[in-house]
Structure formats: structure tokens, C-alpha cells
Design a binder for this molecule. Structure first.
Ligand SMILES: N=CN[C@@H](CCC(=O)O)C(=O)O
Ligand SMILES: [Zn+2]
Length: 436
């Protein structure tokens, strides 16, 4: 056995593994029974992978005589896996703070969209913005997510809507992925809206015949790495046929299908995703019973976004029906200029209160199941030997405080650790658990 390790975190009140048998996702029963070690320790190797996790005394015995680059005493604190944000739109210029008051006054998402605001407003500003400006905006937002405990985030393009601007956004994501320790799963979302001056059919052809082939070239040369393909399948945006055409073209390029569906109107997007072998579908506020059944059978995960329903005053997605129906449920922040939320702890809190998920279900949805939606649950989303050493140390004797203390993550998250290295340390906390 190796004798030199990167990190030992010892004596934590609780270590929340999530699962311990190599599960790639959890459905309702598994989500309800999270694997937790009381008084535990975690060891991370020089390769950044988890070497061991177990009861503190067993780890002490097993690693007697070993040396560690860093040792953290987590007495009175908890360890959980780094959070995974399954859905974000973090690359853009032009905030929409002015639209917030319109929406508070009763304008719907589509009212704003049709009045030239919404996505179109952001597209105009993003097209004009330099790559440097977009990069610094993205860096700031991902750092904010990191401080809120996110160690892996899905990041979409989609405010360019033409080849030049979409590739600019994807290059920005690539640069930031290389610069930051945080994990990034990149999504091409060129079909996020029909650009002004084009019909849906023209926009579909542009995506399939122009944008995707260019993207393929950049991917083949190694200039850009993209993981997923997304379409906003919605009445007045891309219909079911156009969505199918675009997603199939992306799938032929080796991209994972992970798209927006059944948000404002029932579109049968869930059935389409199941038919195409989608890894995930987001939103689903308007999913039907048939859609739920199809997703459960196809193992297509539901990415639920509590901030969207909250801010747009929509009905909440039917999380309970999906869980009872055997669907793999994940969570995302949906960070975008419409829903400006970088915090997965707040998202989990909203999922519990507004979508009636349990605390355990919410954490599983924000870790192992969110990693599944990105095809990364073999390396992320739980604390199991061989997986990436991404974890949070929370200054509370029980992990549930992270959800319970609404908006309290800034005080509770003591350390964020990625691949066994401390990437954020909360220096504001003088004494930790005594604050509860
Ligand atoms: N619904 C489509 N896209 C985003 C909103 C993007 C925007 O309004 O800029 C969402 O997931 O909520
Ligand atoms: Zn979205």
C-alpha cells in the first residue's frame, strides 16, 4: 500500500457517503436510505482519488505510519460529497434585473420573451461581449457556486444562437474549465431560442447544417470539448420534430442528450427523450403520466429546477409522482439571468419545501443523480474508494443543517475540497459548530 497521501480528514461527526456499492444512480428507495458513517474519516491519495473512507478508528489503524500532505480535524463537523449542479446557463452578458419587476407585476416568461426581452435580450448583449468579458463573468459565477459547495457543474452555451457566438461561448467554457479546479460538463445549446429574423425550420437547419459541423471540427482538433446537446423544446420555440432532428444530429456526434422539455406546455418531450435514449430532461413542470412512465423505463433522469417554478410562479414539477414512478430525480440551480441562484443548498431547501422531497432525497438528487445526468456518476457524486476526492466539510454536527439553515451555506461550508486539495476555506468562521 502507498504510504504518502494528499489528505486525511478525520473524526467527522458524520461522513455521508450517499451510497457504497458503486450505484450509478439512486431511485426512491435508495435515495431515502443514504449511507452515513457516524464518527468517520476520509483519505485521499496523491492521485486525487478517495483511498479510503470508514469509521475513524478503523482508518487510524489502517493508515498508522502513513504520511499526509494535509490533515484536517473535522471533530463536530460533517463531510458530504461535493455538490453537483445539473443545469446552469452561466455564460452571458447583460443581466435582466429590470425584468424581475415586470415578472413581479405579473408578466409571464413568454410575455417577456415575446416583448423582445428574456433570452433575446441576453443574446444581443452576449453576441457583442468580448471573450475576455464573458470569461471573467463565468469565472466569478463558478467561484460563487464553488463557495456554495458545487464542485461539478453542467454549463450551457445558448445565448449566441449563431455559429460565431455559440463557438465563442463554448471556447470560454473550455478556457475556464482548464483554469479552474471545479469540474465542468459543457453543453452545446445552440437551439435555446429561435433567433430573430429566422423561422424555426431555418434555425433548425442552421444548427444541424452549420453549427454542429463546425463544432465537430473544433472538437476533433481538441480545441473545444463538449459533452452534451440541449434544445429548448417548447411551444413557440422548438417543436417536437425539430427537437428530434437536432438531438439526433448531436447524438451522432457522440454528445449526450440532455435537454429542456415540458416546461410551460405539455409537449411529450419526456416520451421523445426516452425514445432517443436521453440521459436527462430538465424542467418537466408539465410532464404527463405517460412521460413519467417512459422516463422511468428508459432510465432518462429528470433534472428538476425549483428556482424556475419559484421565480416564474409556475406549478412545481411533480417530484413525488416521478419518485414514486421510479424516475431518477436530479436537481439543478438553473442559474441564468432569469433565475439568478448559484446555491445548491438553497435549491435543495426549495426542493424539500415546494416539491415535497425529503432531505435525503434532495441530497441524493444533488450528488449521485446529478452526476448521472452528466454521465459522470462513475467518478463523482458519492464518497467511495476510487472516486474523485471532492467533498465539503460542514460546520454542523448533522449534515441536514446545510439544507435546514436556509441561506446559511456561507457560514456552514468550512472547506470545499476537490481532488483532495482545499480549493476554498471559509476564513470567516472563528468557531464552527458553536454557531448553530
Ligand atoms: N427555459 C429555458 N431556458 C432557461 C431560461 C433562460 C433564460 O431565460 O435566459 C431555463 O432553463 O429556465
Ligand atoms: Zn435552462
Amino acid at each position: 500500500m502507498a504510504h504518502d497521501f494528499r489528505l486525511l480528514v478525520k473524526n467527522a461527526s458524520q461522513v455521508v457517503l450517499i451510497c457504497s456499492s458503486g450505484e450509478k444512480f439512486l431511485t426512491k428507495e435508495g435515495m431515502e436510505k443514504l449511507v452515513i458513517i457516524e464518527n468517520g474519516s476520509v483519505v485521499i491519495g496523491r492521485d486525487g482519488l478517495i483511498a479510503a473512507v470508514g469509521p475513524a478508528d478503523a482508518i487510524e489503524l489502517q493508515f498508522r505510519g502513513a504520511s499526509f500532505d494535509k490533515v484536517l480535524d473535522a471533530a463536530g463537523m460533517c463531510i458530504i460529497p461535493g455538490l453537483v449542479d445539473a443545469h446552469t446557463h452561466p455564460v452571458w452578458d447583460g443581466d435582466r434585473v429590470h425584468e424581475f419587476s415586470m415578472k413581479l407585476a405579473g408578466a409571464t416568461y413568454m410575455d417577456v420573451h415575446r416583448a423582445g426581452g428574456g433570452i433575446h435580450f441576453t443574446v444581443e448583449h452576449t453576441r457583442r461581449a468580448s471573450a475576455e468579458r464573458l470569461t471573467s463573468g463565468l469565472m466569478g459565477r463558478l467561484r460563487r457556486m464553488l463557495r456554495a459547495g458545487t464542485t461539478l457543474a453542467e454549463c450551457k452555451s445558448g445565448y449566441g444562437l449563431d455559429a460565431r457566438a455559440e463557438l465563442k461561448m463554448l471556447r470560454v467554457i473550455e478556457d475556464v474549465r482548464r483554469a479552474l479546479p471545479m469540474g465542468v460538463s459543457a453543453t452545446y445549446c445552440g437551439a435555446h431560442a429561435v433567433p430573430r429574423g429566422k423561422s424555426m425550420a431555418e434555425a433548425t437547419r442552421d444548427v444541424v447544417d452549420v453549427q454542429l459541423p463546425l463544432l465537430q471540427k473544433k472538437m476533433s482538433s481538441g480545441e473545444i470539448h463538449v459533452d452534451n446537446i440541449d434544445v429548448f423544446c417548447e411551444e413557440g420555440v422548438f417543436d417536437l420534430d425539430s427537437t428530434r432532428t437536432i438531438l439526433q444530429a448531436g447524438k451522432r456526434m457522440g454528445l449526450n442528450i440532455n435537454f429542456h422539455g415540458d416546461e410551460l406546455h405539455p409537449m411529450n418531450a419526456a416520451q421523445l427523450g426516452a425514445e432517443l435514449g436521453a440521459l436527462a430532461i430538465s424542467h418537466l413542470e408539465e410532464v404527463t403520466d405517460e412521460g413519467i412512465a417512459a422516463m422511468a423505463t428508459a432510465r432518462t433522469a429528470a433534472v428538476l429546477l425549483p428556482t424556475t417554478a419559484y421565480i416564474l410562479r409556475l406549478k412545481s414539477p411533480r417530484a413525488r409522482d416521478m419518485l414514486e414512478g421510479g424516475v431518477i430525480v436530479a436537481l439543478g440551480s438553473d442559474f441564468n439571468p432569469n433565475a439568478y441562484c448559484c446555491s445548491m443548498p438553497i435549491v435543495m431547501h426549495m426542493a424539500c419545501v415546494n416539491m415535497k422531497m425529503t432531505l435525503n432525497e434532495a441530497l441524493a438528487a444533488a450528488t449521485i443523480n446529478a452526476a448521472y445526468t452528466l454521465g459522470l456518476s462513475h467518478t463523482h457524486g458519492s464518497l467511495e474508494p476510487g472516486k474523485q476526492g471532492d467533498l465539503l466539510i460542514i460546520s454542523a454536527p448533522r449534515w441536514e443543517h446545510l439544507i435546514y439553515q436556509l441561506g446559511g451555506h456561507g457560514e456552514l461550508i468550512q472547506y470545499v475540497i476537490i481532488k483532495g486539495s482545499v480549493v476554498y476555506e471559509n476564513s470567516d468562521i472563528m468557531t464552527n459548530h458553536s454557531q448553530i
